[in-house]
Design a protein around this ligand. Structure first.
Ligand code: F3S
Length: 494
């Protein structure tokens, strides 16, 4: 790989955005009534486009809302807007992020006590406008220390921050506000997810030549990330992979990628993939061609199916000494059919197909060896196949829920992806150890360690990235082919 690429583990959807999107998708999936959002649900063109395809669009100003679902955005709205929608007969779904809800509660409390509220944030931003709605007449917005210096002296004030505010600007502004008011009730309402993202961005930028910041052009938190990155290295803000140019990477070796809270994982993955292509192109046409072939290797189901068929053949050869081409071909065929059928991850069905797959070699092996050998060979093949399905599914994190497929990892990116990895490693190790214990052939035992080693390596990558990309599958498919071919070579050659 031409570039050293690091993806921030905090990149992508935050808790609030994910929750808002999930609520909207659930409504869309469970109701036949029209679904509208009040303004763009989140600041991301690709997600909004995907929602349009599912007949979810923004509410027009003149539109009648009676009998329609109206989803309120994660940034929140004013209480008057919410009340008005209800009075007009809309079925209001409040997808305001709970953390924004907490800030609204603070603002409301102080406003009721007639205490002026100062919001440190971006004037005109949806979240700030929503907060002002809770202040009634006692609220004002300052964007930073310069504007704070212009404030008039007063007796008492409450200070809050827009949840995506830069903590440095917040601290500097608060320092000045404290000199203006005798009593200051300061609430640092910057969201933890924002702080974590900004801290990681700064650390990554310091050790990189360029930082790619992915996010919507109207996204305040993405702009802030670009500002923070720009202070420490070259920063390029983009909305999608198409915005990247090879010129952005001139003289660059280390690339870091981060993304705003509204950026879905599939957009980040496309960006990573595009950067890899640009990196290989810099090595010339041959290198670029090799990389394209590697990608094809991963993309074609037939190649993966053939690899598994070969693995089946070499396993049976090792365990029984008998060449079993028909069984191996049947395994390859079954895997191929399953992959091209367009099936997405479905635990029940996939376990069923894995079991069916495992039974094919078992029928053959049973005549030539013990029941334990038979069971282990079956488990090993089934597990390798099942692992691949799980990991392939990790590629579709988040995209699945929007497109209507609910998958295991899409429900919770970090926890379930980790769980998937642990299950993959555990099953692979169990099967490999079983085979090593049983086989009398030391060459086979040694070769079976290869897929297990690569699975462990892959798990490390997923731990730091939180998701798997196309490139990662190579670490699973490559060893399967390598193990199969080497086993056959040793078996036939010695
Ligand atoms: Fe909520 Fe924080 Fe995201 S306030 S919308 S979880 S950035």
């Amino acid at each position: 790989m031409a570039f050293k690429i690091k993806v921030a583990s905090s990149a992508g959807f935050c808790f609030g955005v994910r929750k808002a999107l999930d609520r909207l998708i659930d409504i869309r999936n469970n109701s036949t009534l029209p679904v509208r959002t009040l303004g763009p649900l989140i600041h991301n063109e690709q997600v909004l486009e995907a929602l349009k395809h599912r007949a979810v669009r923004e509410l027009d100003e003149s539109e009648d809302v009676t009998g329609k679902h109206v989803v309120l955005r994660a940034h929140g709205v004013t209480p008057d807007t919410r009340r008005l929608l209800r009075e007009q007969g809309a079925l209001v779904c409040d997808a305001t992020c709970p953390k924004v809800g907490q800030v609204q509660a603070i603002v409301k409390k102080y406003s009721q006590r007639k205490c002026p509220v100062i919001i440190i944030g971006d004037r005109g931003h949806a979240e700030v406008d929503g907060l002002l709605g809770y202040c009634q007449t006692s609220g004002l917005v300052v964007t930073g220390p310069e504007e704070a210096a212009l404030l008039e002296q007063g007796a008492e004030a409450c200070v809050v921050a827009q949840t995506t505010q830069d903590p440095v600007i917040f601290d500097q502004t608060v320092k000045i506000i404290r000199t203006k008011f005798k009593v200051c009730h300061v609430h640092n309402t910057i969201c933890d997810a924002t702080t974590e993202r900004q801290t990681e961005t700064m650390a990554l930028a310091m050790e990189s030549d360029v930082m790619i910041v992915v996010g919507g052009k109207n996204s305040a938190n993405t702009k802030r990330l670009a500002d923070i990155a720009g202070k420490n290295c070259k920063a390029v803000m983009i909305q999608s992979a198409q915005d990247l140019s090879p010129n952005d990477f001139e003289g660059v070796k280390r690339v870091a990628i981060t993304a705003g809270a509204s950026t879905p994982a599939w957009v980040i993955r496309e960006v990573v993939e595009r950067i890899r292509v640009i990196g290989w192109q810099q090595y010339g046409k041959t290198a670029s061609l090799v990389y394209q072939m590697m990608r094809l290797f991963n993309t074609f189901s037939l190649i993966w199916a053939t690899g598994l068929g070969l693995l089946c053949y070499s396993l049976l050869l090792a365990l029984t000494g008998v060449s079993a081409w028909p069984t191996a071909t049947a395994v390859a065929f079954l895997v191929w059919i399953w992959r091209i059928s367009g099936q997405r991850f479905n635990p029940g069905l996939d376990i069923g197909v894995s079991a069916l797959l495992a039974m094919l070699p078992a029928i053959h092996v049973y005549k030539h060896t013990t029941a334990l050998h038979t069971a282990l060979a079956a488990v090993f093949l089934g597990v390798v196949f099942f692992n691949r399905l799980l990991l392939f599914d990790c590629l579709n994190v988040q995209a699945d829920k929007i497109s209507g497929h609910i998958t295991l990892p899409s429900l919770n990116k970090k926890i379930l992806t980790k769980l998937v990895v642990i299950v993959c490693i555990g099953l692979t190790l169990l099967a490999v150890l079983g085979l090593i214990w049983l086989t009398t052939d030391p060459v086979i035992a040694f070769l079976l360690i290869i897929p297990a080693g690569f699975t462990l390596f892959l798990s490390r990558r997923m731990k730091t990235q939180g998701w798997c990309d196309l490139y990662d599958l190579l670490y699973l498919d490559g060893p399967v082919w390598m193990t199969a071919l080497l086993t056959m070579l040793f078996r036939i050659g010695f």
